[in-house]
Ligand binder design. Structure first.
Ligand code: SF4
Length: 406
């Protein structure tokens, strides 16, 4: 009987190899065999897992997305140990006991072994298993920190599950070992952190890894992050700094309790771009509090960005989709304050609370969407125009054509 297997889901999508987990929440467990499973087809993936996991005493699996849990659910037994960022949602929604252990920390913590920062063996020994001809780009995630040092944004789904204290890995050591696949000319690494700490940002900026890879990470638009970028003697090449702005209005950011400012977001973006990196603003849509003032502020912000960001090709907006609330109480508070109706949406394993917008708030959201599209700035992610009458959406990710107002 073999000792342990570590399940990693992957997908080859338009010549892009995406490795969803394995790195994302758990470090490679040196003694476990790696089992890679393509998760595009749930039935095939389940069959492959059944065959590949035969004879293992223990199976470790990180769940990044709820559909991955659906794949493995019929296979679960007492030999399975599950970890990963989707666990709080899985636990919340399952409604019955599972025949496996769920852990909220790392597998290393579970096993009582020190946290390791070893990646090199994984790449050298395992990446050869993927057929190199199928892809020319690689995307994977690597957890550098867990928890958020702010942890108070009203909409944040993670703040309920994550401890306020941030647990960091040895970021410098970890980054030093990240490597592109030998066969793959381009590799993007998403550095998983709820919001990068100053200490980790310094280590990212001084890391020589950026010469070989493109590193993307979430950051708060706060002054300490701005100072770190400004004071760093390192450039920001091959770095995508993804700022959690959420709404292009300071009033809106304050309502969401971001405790951060658009002024700082603009200054960070300018600095990152000057130093050779890319600045990305994460936004959400379906703002329950949208009104004429917020639309006005949004328009002014876009004007400022266009005026102050000198290289717009290095700036982009990323829409993360409709705003959800972490629990019913918060959703109800927002509905009571700004109007609208609380609505529970259950999809796959997720239970999400929305506030159905009033017609006035909907119209204001549409105006903000239109202003973003009309600005001509690069826009990625969910189609913000889905609330509009005639969406123009490029499935490859960039909205290029302006839409007509409804
Ligand atoms: S900064 Fe990000 S991770 Fe932290 S509470 Fe706000 S939204 Fe959540």
């Amino acid at each position: 009987m073999k000792e342990a297997a570590l399940v990693t889901f992957f997908r080859v999508d338009k010549k892009l190899l995406k490795i969803f987990n394995g790195f994302s929440f758990v470090q490679h467990i040196a003694d476990a065999d790696n089992v890679f499973v393509d998760d595009r087809d749930a039935k095939v993936a389940r069959r492959q897992l059944t065959e590949k996991l035969r004879g293992y005493k223990r199976v470790f699996c990180t769940i990044s997305f709820s559909y991955q849990f659906k794949i493995i659910e019929p296979l679960l037994s007492s030999r399975w140990v599950l970890g990963g960022p989707s666990l709080p949602i899985v636990k919340h929604n399952i409604g019955h006991e599972l025949p496996c252990e769920l852990i909220e920390g790392t597998f290393e913590e579970y096993l009582g072994i020190p946290q390791s920062s070893r990646f090199t063996d994984y790449w050298r020994d395992r990446m050869e298993e993927f057929p190199s001809s199928q892809f020319n780009r690689l995307h994977y995630a690597c957890t550098i920190e867990m928890g958020c040092y702010w942890n108070r944004c009203k909409f944040c789904n993670y703040s309920e599950a994550n401890p306020e204290q941030v647990r960091r890995r040895n970021v410098g050591l970890l980054l030093a070992q990240l490597q592109p696949n030998l066969h793959c000319p381009t590799a993007n690494v998403h550095l998983c952190t709820s919001a990068i700490t100053v200490r980790s940002l310094r280590e990212v900026l001084r890391s020589p890894t950026r010469r070989k890879l493109r590193l993307r990470f979430f950051a708060r638009p706060d002054k300490a992050i701005l100072r770190t970028f400004r004071e760093s003697k390192w450039d920001a090449k091959n770095t995508i700094c993804s700022l959690g702005v959420e709404v292009l209005s300071q009033t809106g950011m304050d309502i969401l309790n971001k405790n951060a400012s658009l002024d700082t977001a603009i200054e960070i973006s300018k600095t990152v771009i000057e130093k050779g990196g890319i600045a990305e603003w994460n936004i959400m849509d379906g703002h329950v509090f949208a009104n004429e003032q917020i639309v006005q502020e949004c328009t002014e912000t876009l004007e400022r960005v266009k005026k102050e960001i000198k290289k717009p090709g290095f700036f982009r907006i990323y829409n993360n989709g409709r705003t959800t609330w972490p629990n019913e109480v918060t959703a109800q508070l927002m509905a009571d304050q700004y109007g609208g109706k609380v609505s529970l949406y259950e999809a796959n394993l997720r239970r999400l609370w929305f506030v159905k917008l009033t017609p006035e708030a909907l119209a204001c959201n549409q105006q903000m969407h239109q202003a973003i599209i009309d600005s001509g700035l690069k826009l990625f992610g969910e189609p913000v125009i889905k609330l509009q009458a005639s969406p123009v959406w490029d499935p490859d990710g960039v909205i290029t054509k302006p839409n007509s107002p409804t």
